[in-house]
Design a protein around this ligand. Sequence first.
Ligand code: ME8
Length: 648
Amino acid sequence: MNKTFYITTPIYYPSGKFHIGSAYTTCLCDSVTRYKQLQGYDTRFLTGTDEHGQKIEEAAKANNKSPQDHVDYIAGLAKDLWNQLAIRNDDFIRTTEKRHEAVVEDIFEKLLANDDIYLGEYTGNYCVSCESYFTPTQLVDGDKCPDCGLTTKLLKEETYFLRLSKYADKLLDFIDKNPDFIVPETRKNEVVSFVKSGLQDLSVSRTAFSWGVKVRSNPKHVVYVWIDALSNYITALGYDSADDSLYQKYWVNGDEVIHVVGKDILRFHAIYWPIMLMALGVPIKFRLFAHGWYLMKDGKMSKSKGNVIYPEQLVSRYGLDAFRYYIVRDIPYGNDGVFTPEDYIKRINTDLVNDYGNLVSRTISMVHKYFGGHVENKKHEHPYIEFETDLVNVANETINNYKSLMDEFKLSEALRELSVLVKRTNKLIDDTFPWDLAKDPALKDVLESVMFHLLEAIRLITILYLPFLLNTCAKAFDYQGVEENFRDFYALEFGLKKTYDVLKNPPHLFPRLDEEKEVEEIRKLMLMKKEDKPEIKPILPEITIDDFGKVDIRAGKIIEARNHKDATKLLVLKIDTGDKVRNIVSGIAEYYQPENLVGKTVAVIANLKPVKLRGELSEGMILAGENHKKELVVVFLDNSLNPGSKIS
Ligand code: ME8
C-alpha cells in the first residue's frame, strides 16, 4: 500500500481579495503535493476559508452584506482563484459548513466535560483585527496591538478558558521527543522559549458578537475563532462524524501530516492546536512547516499603501507557469522574500526563457539541422566523452539533492539546484561546439552522442520541473517526442530512453520579456488602488426573454442639458425619444459637462414610471455603467439610430 501524505494550508480569512501572499502558501502546498504524488504517495490536500469572527462580521457590514452573503461571495472568489492557479486540492473546508460547525460544538463540549475548559472572567485589551487579547506589557504605544498596530479596545467579559498551563510541560516534552515537529529549527526555538516563559490559560469564547459557532451548553458565548479554525484540519476528514474513514486513513493511521503555515500564525499551530489535541485524546500526527512572507520594498503588502499585487494580474499577463515558478522560487526556505517587478521579470527571463526555454529550442533545432530530427544513443569512446560523463554525474547529483531538498520543503533551493543542471547542460554545447563537429563527417557519431546527451538531460530536467511548470513540461516532452512511460519519476535515469524523434520548429516554451516595458507594466498594476481594480458584481438570478421584453429601451437624442438648480450631482436632460421630448433627470453631473452631451444619442428606458427627483419630473432613465474608478459612463449609441428606435 502507498504511504499517505496529508497536507493543509491555513484556512484563509475571507476579508478581501487574496494577494500573492495567500497564493504563495497555496502554490507551495500544491507543488509539494504534486511532488509527493510523483513519488508514489497517496496524498490528500486541504485548503479552505476561516469564516467566523468579529473581523468578518465587520468586513461584511462595511460591504453592506450579511456575514453569510459576504463569506459566500469571497469563498467563491477563492475557489475561482485556486482553479485559475490549477491548485488540485481534494477538499475545500468552510467553517460555516454544518459538517464543521457541528463537530466544533462537540469539541467544545468535550473539553468542557473534561474540565480542560472552565468559565471565568477576562479583562484586557482586545484587538479585533487579530481576534486576540493582549496584556499591558504586550501593548505598544499605550493601547496599540503588538501584531498589527491597530488600536485595541479595553474589554471585560465572561469567558471560557482553555487550560493551556496544565499542558505546558507535556508540550515541551513532545517537542523535545519530536525534533522535526516544527521546522525550520529557528521557529521551533521561538516556540520553545515562548512556552518556557509561561503559558496563561487562553480565553476561548466571546460574547461581544454573534458571528460564530455558539457554545451548545451556553449559547450567549461563541467559540473563539482560533479554536473553531484549527479544528478544520480534522473536521474536514470527518473526525467525530458518522463516516470518519478519511480521518482514520490520513490522520490516525496516516504516515505524514503537514500543516504549512505563515510565521505569523505559528504560535496558534504550535501551542494551542497540539494542546487541544492532547486534551481531546487525539494523536498529534502533524508536523509544522512555518514559512516567511512576501514583502514589498516598503514593507508589508497593504491595500492602503497601494503596493499590493494580485495573482490574477500576473497570471493573465505572464502565464500560469511563470507565476507559479516565481512564487516558490523567490522565497528562500523559511525566510521572507521581497516582491519587486524587476526580480519578477528577471527571474522569468533568466531561468525560464534564457536557460531552460533556450536550451530546449537550441537542442531541438540542432537535432533537426544535423540529424533530421532523429538521434540514437551510440555509446562509444570519443574526445568529448569527459564532458558527457561530467554532465551525467551532475544530473545524478542534482536528482539526489533535489529530492532531499524537496523532502524538507526547500522548494526554492531544489529549483536552484535544478537551474545548476540546466546551466551545466547548456555548457555542454559551449564545450563541444556542435557547429564545428558538424563540419567534419568523421565526427558525426560524436555529434550524435552530444545531441543525445542534451536530449536526455532535458528529459530529466523536465521531469524534475513537473511539480512546478504545469503546462510547460507536457509541451517540452511533446517537442522531444518523449513517450508517457519516460515522463515520470520512475524514469529519472540518464540513458533510459534510447532514441529520440523530435518535433520540427516547435514554438519557444517561454516568450522573451522586454524587461523595461514589463517592469513598468507591473508597476502600474501595483499602483492601482484596490478600488481601481474592476470588481465584477455577481450576476443576478436568471430571467426569461419575456421578462426582458417588459423593459422598453429606445434610442433618444439629447437636445438640451443643464445642471439641476438644487442638486449638484444631477443633470436635467431633454431627450427626443421619437414619441415625444422627455424630461429626464440623471445622476451624471460629476462626470459630464452639459454642453458636451447635446446631440448625443443615448439608450433610454422609456416605460419607467415617471418620478420627481428633487422637484424635477423624470420621465425615464438613461443607461450608464461604472468604470474601474467608480465613475459613471453613459452608454452612447451610434448617431445613426433614430430617436425612438427600439433597442432589444
Ligand atoms: O491567519 N506572504 O488567515 P489569513 C506570505 N485564518 N504569506 C502570507 C502573506 C504574505 N504577504 N500574507 C498572509 C489566518 N500570508 C487564519 C488562519 S488556520 C487554522 C487559520 C499567510 O488569511 C499567513 O501567514 O490572515 C497565513 O499563513 C495565511 O496567509 C493565511 O492568513
